[in-house]
Design a protein around this ligand. Structure first.
Ligand code: ADP
Ligand code: ASP
Ligand code: MG
Length: 411
């Protein structure tokens, strides 16, 4: 029988009623004849609570224990979903990552899926199970320890299962009815897209649009998974939601397709470092060794042989970055007068494949922000995106102004 993957995010399994509602959706697909792999997230808020407990117990925690703790939210929902389906007389069984097994790298808290052998679940389908409910977000390392895939990782679990089982489709059920031109919580002018290209979705996701985890889009693109985002709160047809697809499948595209933002960005400045060959390597080597994901970098013009180096990284890595820099200073590898962390910033990005062929997007973006009195602190560009760092208090204003300026409310 054909396999369908259905993923339910945190708000879609937030309580027993919602789990029932989701189970009914699963029942509809089972009745159509699919063997269904259901991927569940933890109940909304649960993972944050678990992360909070970890941080309170041990600020520079052992990542293996972080994973042991933080993965547990999904185990509860997987079991509850299986029980709910059984109550509906649908043969279902829950699966934790290690039971499948979802084999990952040992990069704890940011592991990558390497392989999902399909035999165990296929055998259960062959013997009458109609649904395999898999705990999202988790796997098992070569050392046999539990791993997690990074925040939002259940999306990636879903796409990886769709690829491993050659599923007909991977449906991501969430609390919005598709992918919008920007987060619909920031402006009610946000417009739902019927289709979005993999490349654009990849950029939007990596720049903060958390509707899909970045890695899930990467996998869908690589394995040609038919990926759809839709609401778990509405009755659905086979064409509802947003289809994430190849660029060729989209007829016309705007220069800018979407605006993303991220609160989760800190700006770090090393004040007065020696301007000498090798200084960038001496700074960014230890940061990388400490697992800090550096995003934007600017080096100021040197004066009297010294310069300032500014970079951005996720806010929850600031402590690690500070420690890596202090250690490098103590070891005599770098020298600086001060290290200033500014966590009161946000990154705003405009994304669109049309930027490849059309100029003027950067100029329009800067003019729009300047008209609103928003100061730009750092700029970064690539082929299909422009990002700026601004004071956090301007985040909503900046997103709304850019959404208007690029007329994203109009098809
Ligand atoms: P889930 O718990 O189902 O995984 P998430 O909270 O991870 O859901 O992702 C859905 C949320 O993503 C939406 O509630 C919305 O606020 C946010 N979001 C951000 N950018 C976008 C966008 N461009 N389109 C749709 N939703 C977006
Ligand atoms: N529960 C995990 C998180 O909140 C994974 C997910 O929901 O996708 O990040
Ligand atoms: Mg999510």
């Amino acid at each position: 029988m054909p396999v369908l993957v259905m993923k339910f995010g945190g708000t879609s399994v937030a309580n027993l009623d919602r789990i029932k509602r989701a189970a009914k959706r699963v029942g509809v697909e089972v009745a159509k004849g699919y063997d269904v792999i259901v991927i569940v997230s933890a109940m909304s808020g649960k993972t944050n609570e678990l992360v909070g407990w970890v941080n309170e117990t041990s600020p520079l925690y052992d990542a293996r224990e972080y994973d042991a703790i933080v993965s547990s939210g999904e185990n509860v929902t997987a079991g509850l979903m299986a029980l709910t389906l059984q109550e509906m007389e649908i043969p279902a069984r829950s699966w934790q990552g290690w039971q499948v097994p979802v084999k990952t790298t040992s990069a704890h808290s940011a592991a990558r899926i390497e392989e999902i052998p399909d035999e165990n679940i296929r055998e259960k389908f062959a013997n009458g199970d109609r649904v395999a409910v898999v705990a999202g977000f988790q796997g098992v390392s070569p050392e046999g320890r539990i791993t997690t895939l990074g925040r939002g990782g259940s999306d990636t679990t879903a796409v990886a299962f769709a690829a491993a089982f050659d599923a007909e489709r991977c449906d991501i059920y969430t609390d919005v009815d598709g992918v919008y031109t920007t987060d619909p919580r920031i402006t009610d002018k946000a417009r739902k897209l019927d289709k979005i290209a993999f490349e654009e979705m990849l950029e939007l996701a990596s720049l903060g649009a958390k509707v899909l985890q970045t890695r899930s889009v990467e996998l869908a693109m690589r394995y040609k998974v038919k990926l759809r985002v839709l609401s778990s709160f509405e009755e659905q047809s086979d064409t509802a939601g947003t289809l994430v697809c190849a660029e060729e499948e989209i007829m016309e595209s705007n220069v800018v397709s979407g605006i993303a933002y991220s609160r989760d960005e800190a700006k770090m400045t090393l004040v007065s470092v020696a301007d000498r060959p090798g200084i960038a390597a001496a700074i960014f080597g230890p940061l990388s060794d400490a697992g800090v994901n550096v995003d934007m970098i600017i080096q100021n013009i040197a004066e009297d042989g010294r310069t300032d180096m500014t970079f951005s990284c996720p806010t929850d890595q600031v402590k690690r970055a500070e420690k890596a820099m202090e250690d490098a200073k103590t070891a005599g590898e770098i020298n600086y007068h001060d290290l200033i962390a500014d966590t009161d910033v946000a990154k705003i990005s405009a994304v669109g494949i049309g930027m490849r062929s059309q100029s003027g997007v950067a100029a329009k973006m800067f003019k729009t922000l300047s008209d609103e009195g928003v100061n730009i602190k750092v700029i970064a560009t690539s082929e299909i995106k422009i990002s700026v760092l601004v004071d956090r208090k301007y985040m909503e204003l900046a997103v709304q102004a850019l959404h208007d300026a690029f007329e994203l409310d109009k098809a």
